[in-house]
Write a protein that binds this ligand. Structure first.
Ligand SMILES: Cc1cc2nc3c(=O)[nH]c(=O)nc-3n(C[C@H](O)[C@H](O)[C@H](O)COP(=O)(O)OP(=O)(O)OC[C@H]3O[C@@H](n4cnc5c(N)ncnc54)[C@H](O)[C@@H]3O)c2cc1C
Length: 479
């Protein structure tokens, strides 16, 4: 079958999947007035493969078969592969106006994490299954999501702890049959699940022996019997209160996925009880996905630098010393993110036959982005001034008796029209919404998860530094 067109992708979604949105069961996500907006965003990945401008970036020849495949589903072997995937994600996100299309990238991160785990485990069955599944994804060009985050219940208790309010807070195996396994539980915040083809599920944290039933990884089509999704609500159109935008709205939704005793055939089971390897899988997923996440955030950070510069100019404050200071901070924020993201690719490590981005640099990049995000928003909101929230609406601006006054009184610098100033404020309002704050903080893992990984991975560096100073101080440990 090979690469598919955006139309084929949209048609593939009409498959009887069970999706709820704002209290209604959705007939077809690809034609639903709100969810089609998300599917259109995901379709950008398929459009890039058709567009001569981006084709070389998005498509490559499988070295084994010579067939054209999505670059995302190619197993990275070196820094060049990682960098090319990074550049593809940055460009795709730019085309999505700051939102990654997400048809393949997060699924690819899960796919690679599963392959690393199978290889490190040396389990021939799993190695064969994941290799076959990779071929299926390449040949059918399926859109995938990664269902990692369990609903978890009480965070301080193990999944199997009898004090948990119920045993299904983490997805688990409830039965094994000749055909496959039966899984039960729920995953939450799963971006793109409502309009992807396959859901790839892996554990979200390390497991103990008592948690063995929760050490489970698998892939299933989104329309599998027993799978139900409830989507996060969002505004599907630019409200008439704001300036009209001729560009399509870009937005994703995230699902609560309920696995109600779902049968997963054995050929799609990639972990089933090997509790020691749950940590390997989730760790490597987080590593790759944090690199992916940092690539998403580069275009968004560029937008922040851009709107700060624009609104400072429109307000006539560009030359003020404090504005220059703020612009320096924004450039440092952006360039640090870009440098760390690229360093993570150059300084890669091999794990289970897959090139993975440098663990410390990747986690530093994600932490840097999330930790400083609110400071960046503060700068943008500060430079924008109070009109950001008090500006009259577009409807007011349209009235002949008000427009001349609005034009006259709400102009900033002489060379910028009032309409342009109000449009920029409208854009700032959209890209600094509270939703994005949470996405930036928690998407790809909470900040503490990144700090813990840096501490763990930095252990060797810390020891080496201590040895260095002990030698300088001529410390004799035998004394
Ligand atoms: C918009 C969005 C999109 C997302 N997309 C996806 C996706 O596509 N796929 C996916 O799998 N996930 C996705 N996520 C999930 C994301 O990875 C999680 O939100 C993140 O890992 C935090 O988990 P949580 O939301 O359950 O918060 P929690 O883990 O409950 O974190 C809340 C706080 O509790 C602390 N905490 C949690 N556990 C402990 C503990 N044991 N000990 C001490 N402190 C603890 C955390 O550090 C944090 O401060 C998405 C999240 C968002 C917001």
């Amino acid at each position: 079958m090979g690469l598919i067109t955006p139309e084929q992708y949209r048609e593939s979604l009409n498959d009887g999947r069970i999706v709820y949105y704002k209290g209604e069961k959705v007939e077809n996500v690809a034609t639903h007035p709100n969810l089609s907006v998300c599917a259109d965003l995901m379709a950008i990945d398929f459009e890039m493969c058709e567009d001569p401008k981006y084709r070389d970036m998005a498509v490559m020849k499988d070295p084994e078969t010579g067939k054209e495949i999505s670059r995302y589903y190619y197993k990275p072997q070196n820094s060049d592969d990682l960098l090319k995937a990074h550049e593809l994600i940055v460009k795709a996100t730019e085309l999505g106006d700051g939102f990654i299309p997400l048809a393949h990238d997060i699924g690819a991160d899960a796919l690679n994490a599963i392959e690393i785990t199978a290889n490190l485990m040396g389990n021939k069955d799993y190695m064969e299954r994941i290799a076959n599944y990779r071929k299926v994804l390449q040949e059918q060009d399926l859109a995938t999501c990664a269902a990692v985050t369990d609903v978890k219940g009480d965070r301080m208790l193990r999944p199997s702890d009898p004090n948990q309010a119920n045993p299904d807070f983490n997805v688990r195996v409830v039965k094994k049959t000749d055909e496959g396994i039966i899984v039960r539980g729920a995953k939450v915040h799963i971006t793109g699940a409502a309009y992807c083809n396959d859901i790839i599920a892996i554990p979200c944290h390390a497991m103990t022996e008592q948690d063995a039933d929760y050490a489970v990884a698998f892939a299933i089509p989104a329309n599998t019997k027993g799978v139900r999704q409830i989507c996060r609500p969002f505004t599907s159109h630019i409200s008439s209160l704001e300036f009209p935008n001729s560009r399509p709205l870009r937005v994703h939704t995230d699902s609560l996925i309920i696995f109600d005793d779902v049968l997963v055939p054995w050929e799609r089971v990639f972990l089933c009880g090997e509790w020691k390897f749950a940590a390997t899988m989730v760790y490597n997923f987080a590593l790759m996905h944090r690199r992916t996440g940092c690539s998403y955030r580069i275009p968004l950070s560029e937008q922040f630098v851009g709107v700060a510069s624009a609104i400072a100019e429109y307000n006539g404050i560009t030359k003020a010393p404090h504005v220059k200071e703020k612009m320096i901070d924004l450039v440092i924020y952006l360039e640090t993110l870009k440098s760390l993201s690229k360093t993570a690719c150059y300084d890669f490590v091999m794990r289970g036959g897959v090139a993975v981005p440098n663990p410390i640099a990747t986690n530093m990049a994600k932490y840097h982005f999330a930790h400083n995000y609110h400071d960046v928003i503060k700068i943008v909101e500060d430079l924008a001034g109070g009109l950001l929230v008090t500006a009259p609406t577009y409807k007011d601006y349209q009235l002949p008796e008000l427009r001349p006054d609005i034009d006259k009184y709400l102009q900033g610098a002489k060379h910028i029209s009032t309409e342009n100033r109000l449009r920029m404020l409208d854009l700032i309002r959209r890209i600094t919404t509270a939703d994005l704050e949470t996405i930036c903080l928690h998407g790809e893992g909470s900040p503490m998860a990144e700090r813990m990984t840096i501490f763990m991975e930095g252990g060797k560096v810390i020891k080496e530094c201590q040895a260095l100073v002990e030698e300088m101080a001529q410390v004799d440990r035998s004394k």
